[in-house]
Design a protein around this ligand. Structure first.
Ligand code: 13P
Length: 340
């Protein structure tokens, strides 16, 4: 019964070539983004911005699920309607970020371990009552001098697997997100090597903890070179390297791979996803889609500026990026779609 529910949720999130909109920035993270654009930083602006996102008309043509943050899942529209009702009425599935953030890892200089397992069962039960049908946990792996260490990779993989098993126990679909971050000057080859090692560790731990692969989704990074690397790969090189790495490390039983954008430009996030779906059409065991935060929201947040006068234009831009990424999921995106 629980397994059927998990499989049903996984399918509902990946079917019809839709993807996920991540709007689960913690309060400090969204404040940082607001500060970048000179937007006032308080609970009301956070609420108003999230209302703008979820009331965008037609979003459900491209978006199957949204990931919320603890504060957001409890919020309402100005007229008192709960966000969860607005989302579910639009035929979109509400999900929730349940990790408590990546913190410095003891004994591992420059590395992080994600916290939040203590009391997670109770928190998941509460989120389920509030309407969440899936969850997300992000682990952060950094490439640098002598890192990542085996200790950091294994600890994060173990915690991801414990989280996933707690979710499945309640019938909540876990999104497993091991993110190898783009910061650094490493090559694309190094990113591939590290990501493969991380994915292999994650699936080993998921197996040990008895996680049902058909009832989860993976949210990985693409294989790219570091932001400060002097050699940057082409769109097709990223697509090929990413597919090769995932083929080597992700079991075919996983129904969907929903990429994070991780700081890529909006256009590259669409173009690279498109290249994978275009070049490997019909060849892959899993669906390849998106679970983007910044690469969907950025233009809308920038234009909104906390000003009601820009509300409609911001929604138009959010709709547009969602449409571009939906096209990329189908392998039908092209740069001319960027002119609106
Ligand atoms: P980005 O697409 O902005 O990387 O965010 C996705 C996400 O959910 C990170 O945890």
């Amino acid at each position: 019964m629980k397994n059927e529910m998990l499989i049903k949720t996984a399918n509902a999130l990946i079917e019809n070539n839709k993807g996920i909109l991540a709007m689960d920035e913690s309060a400090p993270t969204i404040q940082k983004r607001f500060a970048q654009y000179g937007i006032a930083q308080n609970e009301e602006t956070r609420r108003a911005y999230r209302e703008l996102i979820i009331t965008t008309k037609g979003l459900n043509k491209f978006i199957s699920g949204v990931i919320l943050f603890d504060e957001t899942i409890r919020q309402q529209k100005k007229d008192g309607t709960s966000f969860v009702k607005v989302i579910t009425d639009a035929g979109i599935i509400p999900g929730i970020k349940v990790d408590m953030g990546a913190k410095s890892m003891a004994g591992h200089s420059g590395e992080k371990i994600t916290e939040g397992l203590d009391g997670l069962h109770n928190r998941l039960e509460e989120y389920q009552k509030l309407g969440a049908r899936f969850a997300k946990w992000r682990a952060v792996i950094t490439i640098g001098n002598g890192i990542p260490s085996r200790g950091c990779i294994d600890a994060n993989a173990h915690v991801l697997a414990r989280y996933a098993s707690l979710c499945q126990d309640l019938g909540i679909l876990p999104i497993v997100e091991p993110e190898v971050i783009m910061d650094g000057n490493h090559t694309i080859e190094m990113c591939s090597e590290v990501t493969e090692e991380v994915q292999r560790a994650v699936f080993r731990h998921l197996y040990v903890q008895g996680v049902m692969l058909e009832g989860m989704l993976l949210k990985p990074n693409m294989i790219v070179s570091g932001l400060n690397c002097t050699t940057q790969p082409s769109v097709d090189e990223v697509a090929d390297a990413t597919v090769q790495c995932l083929k080597r490390s992700v079991p075919a039983a996983v129904p969907g791979i929903m990429f994070l954008s991780g700081g890529q430009s909006n256009e590259l996030a669409s173009a690279r996803l498109n290249a994978m779906n275009n070049r490997y059409k019909g060849e892959l065991p899993w669906g390849l889609s998106f679970s983007y935060g910044r690469a969907i929201q950025q233009p809308a947040l920038e234009i909104w500026h906390g000003d009601d006068a820009n509300y409609e234009l911001a929604q138009k831009l959010l709709y547009h990026r969602s449409m571009c990424n939906h096209a990329a999921r189908c392998g039908n995106y092209n740069a001319s779609m960027e002119t609106i």
